[in-house]
Design a protein around this ligand. Structure first.
Ligand code: ZN
Ligand code: ZN
Ligand code: ZN
Length: 374
């Protein structure tokens, strides 16, 4: 077991103790690869790592999947491969310290095996694994921050290609531009592309717009928001996520006045993010700038989300979140202004809280409204 994995398991166990969880049950989703280096295939056949609070972990895995279980995982957990004539639900139940305990299960596991487990263990209490793993995953160690920095630098190079015209935008469809972004993310070291939003003209007013065959023309703003997962030698990969907005030809005064407010809002968010500040205060700092400029009603989403082995994880920078930021947190700051039927704009960086408590953007691509050729 490497030091990092050992530390993670120890931190997870400490979290289980605080949350009074008798066993953590990890199946599909990011917790299992983050903790053990093994990613379960999204099969109907059950894979489940049982981590009792006080005894050895056991990975219950389909026999045909067993060859994929890496050595790293085998150092952390015993492996029980089940054949097609066995009942994996019973194997999981038998590995629990107490059938009437308190169990935390992967947030993204299939409903069907969870319902079967609940049926088999009528006296048990259930909660999502994120109540234990969320706070642990939200505090990254130095190697995780380095992986996020590498992912951010890769995404920056793709953003620079859009801003320089190396990926042309004018006269092309959103879908064509999105395909180029995806290809460049992979060339820059990403193992997979998680999303590539290209939202031009009126489509920019929909924050999560899916690229279409709309041809990008002079006078459009183009919101480009993309990210992927960078490969790591072992275990889970870390994500990138960046947004830059382009102007195809010179922007109108309406666009410029809003972009000025947007850039100031994002800078205010970055300046506020540091250890000891509550997450909601970063949202408030970014939001107040757009409110004061008169566009508050057009900023329709939270300011940011944590990022790590998943694109969206704790901490969320949203009104009402009282979580206090600490060194090791990594999250986006991404205010936007959306004018239905007309245009939209968003500006997004990933910010990390350094060991000395200061916030630092790990994205360096030009934050201005770059004008590209029609
Ligand atoms: Zn989003
Ligand atoms: Zn994004
Ligand atoms: Zn984001």
């Amino acid at each position: 077991m490497t030091a990092a994995e050992g530390t993670r398991l120890a931190r997870v166990r400490a979290g289980m103790e605080v949350a009074r969880i008798d066993a953590l049950l990890l199946s599909l989703g990011a917790d299992l690869p983050w903790l053990t280096g093994y990613e379960a295939m999204p099969l109907e056949r059950l894979t489940m790592l049982v981590i009792p609070l006080a005894s050895e972990p056991l990975l219950v895995v389909p026999l045909l999947e067993e060859p994929r279980v890496p050595a790293l995982t085998r150092e952390l957990a015993g492996v029980r491969a089940w054949s097609e004539d066995e009942d994996p639900i019973e194997l999981v139940a038998a590995a629990l310290p107490d059938r009437r305990g308190s169990f935390a299960v992967s947030d993204r596991m299939w409903a069907a095996p969870l319902l079967a487990l609940q049926d088999r263990l009528p006296g048990a209490r259930w909660s999502p694994a994120s109540t234990v793993t969320g706070p642990v995953r939200a505090v990254k160690d130095a190697s995780e921050i380095a992986a996020l920095e590498a992912a951010a630098a890769s995404a920056d190079r793709v953003a620079a290609d859009l801003q320089s015209g190396a990926i042309p935008v004018g006269g092309r469809t959103e879908r064509q531009v999105a395909a180029d972004i995806g290809r460049r993310l992979v060339e820059e070291g990403h193992q997979r592309v998680n999303f590539a939003i290209v939202a031009s003209g009126p489509n920019g007013a929909s924050p999560h717009h899916e690229p279409t065959d709309r041809v990008i023309v002079a006078g459009d703003t183009v919101v480009c928001d993309f990210g992927g997962t960078l490969s790591l030698a072992s275990g889970a990969g870390y994500c990138s996520d960046i947004t830059r907005t382009l102007s195809v030809g010179e922007p109108t005064a309406d666009v410029l006045v809003r972009y000025e407010a947007l850039a100031a809002s994002q800078a205010a968010g970055r300046a506020t993010a540091r250890a000891g500040v509550v997450a909601s205060a970063v949202d408030a700092a970014a939001r107040s700038v757009i409110d004061e400029a008169g566009f508050g009603a057009r900023f329709v989403h939270r300011t940011g989300h944590g990022i790590g082995v998943e694109e969206h994880e704790d901490p969320y920078l949203v009104a009402g979140n009282p979580e206090v930021l600490v060194p090791g947190n990594a999250f986006s700051i991404e205010p936007g202004i959306y004018e239905p039927g007309r245009f939209g704009m968003r500006l997004e960086d990933i910010v990390v809280i350094d060991p000395d408590g200061t916030g630092r953007s790990i994205n360096g691509a030009d934050r201005s409204l770059v004008v590209v050729d029609p």
